[in-house]
Design a protein. Structure first.
Length: 183
């Protein structure tokens, strides 16, 4: 790198200037060059029609309950990630959805889960509260949560089908648990 930096005024040299001088990226590319990069990098990867098809494929979640806007944001972000083929992110957000919705449920019903030594809720306690002692329901939670965790931590490859299944199972499970608590 020292041979080409800072004398090289090619695209690579300009990128290195931006990195090493921390000058920002506004001057790096002209509007025409940015448009060209969009065609090379983004549109070669996806397009608007694919994005819409993927959003329709993953579906929309409709909850019968009132939850904080922030929880809906996780669901919408997971849908967007699926539409953009970001399958690890879908799995990660699915696990976050489980955690967020169930912690919200614990708060709503007034049951505080046990805490770890660092003060974080123990998911085993959260799942126990959410399942009301129903072992089948608790096992389903662990199954989906575990599948998402394996993907996040590199134990399993994230694929389109795998991420879609995890997301849909997450949504179905969360809705079922909230329905279970309404009864």
């Amino acid at each position: 790198m020292r041979r080409i930096y800072p004398k090289d005024k090619t695209e690579t040299g300009r990128l290195l200037d931006a990195i090493y001088k921390d000058t920002g990226q506004d001057f790096l590319f002209s509007n025409g060059e940015i448009s060209e990069r969009a065609s090379e990098w983004f549109y070669a990867w996806t397009c608007g029609e694919d994005y819409v098809r993927n959003l329709l494929e993953i579906g929309k979640m409709i909850l019968k309950i009132e939850v904080p806007r922030s929880l809906h944001a996780y669901v919408e972000e997971a849908r967007t990630c699926f539409a953009l083929d970001q399958y690890i992110a879908v799995c990660s957000l699915s696990r976050t959805i489980i955690e967020g919705f169930l912690l919200h449920l614990c708060e709503e019903i007034g049951k505080e889960p046990d805490k770890t030594e660092h003060g974080n809720p123990k998911m085993s306690s959260v799942f126990e509260i959410a399942s009301k002692g129903d072992k089948d329901r608790e096992n389903k939670l662990w199954k989906v949560y575990g599948r998402a965790s394996k993907t996040i931590h590199g134990g399993k490859t994230a694929s389109r089908e795998n991420s879609k299944e995890i997301f849909r199972e997450t949504i179905d499970l969360i809705q079922g648990i909230f329905d279970f608590h309404e009864a």
